[in-house]
Design a protein around this ligand. Structure first.
Ligand SMILES: Cc1cc2nc3c(=O)[nH]c(=O)nc-3n(C[C@H](O)[C@H](O)[C@H](O)COP(=O)(O)OP(=O)(O)OC[C@H]3O[C@@H](n4cnc5c(N)ncnc54)[C@H](O)[C@@H]3O)c2cc1C
Length: 468
């Protein structure tokens, strides 16, 4: 429906751009701090990548973890982030996250998000889409928040001579409107996995990857912020995630509107083989690390193989383990024997059978003699068997706008761009030179919560200045 410009408030204390998990946490926290919030989403639905995510969140020293006897400490979380980021992370952001993540866990729970702690005591799971649904209900119930879809910010406006960011130009229906932000604009527009233009600039090897992630995640926030001089961080480390499923292999053409499933059967008991029918790696490694070795295989394809035991664990709460849905979609094939499975994908049946037999023998002996895999060692011995052709998928970009420890964007010289906050995948510097699995949802929500509170303080400060 076309909206009249007058329907949209053209001024608010805080304007939040993007309705993924970072934007929701920013909008809610700003509203709860007393700000009038205008919350804008480019596409017709809220959620972005956050609504597609597997739902894994890493936290440390939260109450349920302590109650369950988890020994995972804040100090260890801090160290794990720096290690996975090759110590190229912005330390102020790692500190900010570690110091505020317990409060964010409580904040999320207070707004209806339900977490299950996984057996290792480090990661929580919410299930796909659940956190966003709860947060969206909380946002819609808050009288201080006005939410609009189909409202894409196109440009930010700064006061002359490098002054504060005054607001954003937003495209509503058939017109562009300037929305003034008295306190600040929170950029929460996500990554750029859907922009071939930005991929060509920052990660050209990924232009041909299967595209995943929020359908409208074209890096708008990154472009708007750099237009004002914001710096960039971590963009040299954009990587794919190995496991993007190919429908009806050997057809490899992705429809432009297709969101192929990301399958991680190999992390919970399946194996991966190449076109020659041979295993090529320790499948228990991070799917980010598998990205490099996977792309070195013929056609850049790894075939995930598992049996009925794993199919029986198909979980419609978690997209990456929802094998039944992937089968209905034509992404997984089934056969009664391993050699029949091989024939479906044009793999040599004898070689594949030998690979599976060797793996099963290794599992029985408790030692993976080929690649030293130590996790989810499970025999593939219960018919029927399943196979999925998978390749590199680009779900997330994890690099972008530089910010200081108060989540204010900074330019290349380190000068703050006052009034412009960033949170979530649009922000650069937190992950550094690598990615610690399941820390994007927890950091995006923590930084969103902090950015909303910080932005909400700004109008009060301005009012004081005027009065004083
Ligand atoms: C399949 C998949 C599985 C994943 N699993 C996990 C996991 O288990 N754990 C984990 O930690 N991370 C996971 N991730 C990564 C994680 O989901 C994202 O990094 C995180 O959700 C980013 O949150 P965000 O709020 O910054 O961005 P998003 O959730 O992508 O939200 C950004 C929003 O901004 C909107 N937008 C864009 N441009 C504009 C504009 N110009 N104006 C207004 N709105 C705009 C978009 O439409 C979108 O709704 C996964 C990602 C995918 C795709």
């Amino acid at each position: 429906m076309l909206r009249e410009a007058g329907d949209i408030p053209e001024e608010a204390d805080v304007v939040v751009l993007g309705a993924g998990i970072a934007g929701h946490c920013a909008a809610i926290s700003a509203a709860e701090a007393g700000a009038q919030v205008l919350f804008l989403e480019k596409s017709s639905q809220p959620g972005g990548s956050s609504a597609m995510a597997g739902g894994g969140f890493v936290f440390a020293e939260t109450e349920p973890q302590k109650a369950a006897g988890s020994t995972y400490t804040k100090q260890q979380l801090h160290e794990d982030l720096l290690t996975s980021g090759q110590r190229k992370n912005n330390p102020a952001l790692v500190d900010l996250f570690v110091d505020n993540q317990q409060a964010c866990f409580d904040f999320l729970r207070a707004h209806g998000v339900k977490f299950d702690l996984t057996p290792g005591g480090i990661m929580y799971i919410t299930g796909t889409g659940r956190a966003i649904t709860s947060l969206h209900m909380a946002a819609r119930a808050n009288p201080n928040i006005q939410f609009f879809t189909k409202s894409a910010a196109t440009r930010l406006q700064r006061a002359p001579n490098g002054g504060r960011v005054e607001g954003a130009h937003v495209y509503f229906g058939d017109r562009e409107v300037f929305v003034r932000a008295r306190g600040g604009v929170v950029l929460a527009t996500g990554g750029f996995s859907r922009s071939n233009e930005l991929l060509q600039a920052f990660a050209p090897e990924l232009v041909s990857a299967l595209k995943h992630g929020g359908i409208a995640n074209t890096g708008d926030g990154l472009m708007m912020a750099t237009d004002l001089g914001a710096g960039l961080a971590d963009l040299g480390y954009v990587t794919g995630s190995f496991g993007g499923a190919i429908r009806d292999y050997p057809n490899t053409v992705q429809r432009s509107d297709e969101v192929p499933p990301l399958l991680f059967s190999f992390l919970v008991g399946g194996i991966m083989v190449n076109k020659q029918g041979r295993r090529f790696t320790d499948e228990g490694r991070s799917y980010k690390k598998l990205s490099t070795v996977g792309m070195e295989q013929t056609e850049g394809i790894g075939f995930q193989i598992f049996d009925q035991k794993l199919m029986d664990q198909s979980n419609d709460d978690t997209s990456v383990n929802n094998y039944k849905e992937a089968m209905v979609g034509g992404y997984i094939k089934k056969a009664q024997t391993i050699s029949e499975l091989a024939a479906l994908m044009g793999i040599d049946g004898e070689v594949l059978s030998a690979s599976v037999a060797r793996y099963n023998a290794d599992v029985a002996n408790g030692v993976d003699t080929e690649f030293g895999r130590t996790t989810a060692l499970m025999p593939i011995d219960t018919a029927p068997y399943y196979i999925a052709a998978t390749t590199n998928a680009l779900t997330s970009t994890y690099g972008g706008v530089t910010v200081n420890g108060a989540l204010t964007a900074v330019d290349w010289l380190g000068e703050p761009i006052e009034g412009l906050f960033a949170a979530g995948e649009v922000l650069g510097g937190f992950h550094g030179g690598g990615y610690y699995s399941a820390t994007s949802l927890s950091s995006s929500s923590t930084f969103g919560m902090c950015a909303g509170r910080l932005a909400a303080k700004a109008p009060a400060l301005l009012k004081e200045a005027v009065l004083g």
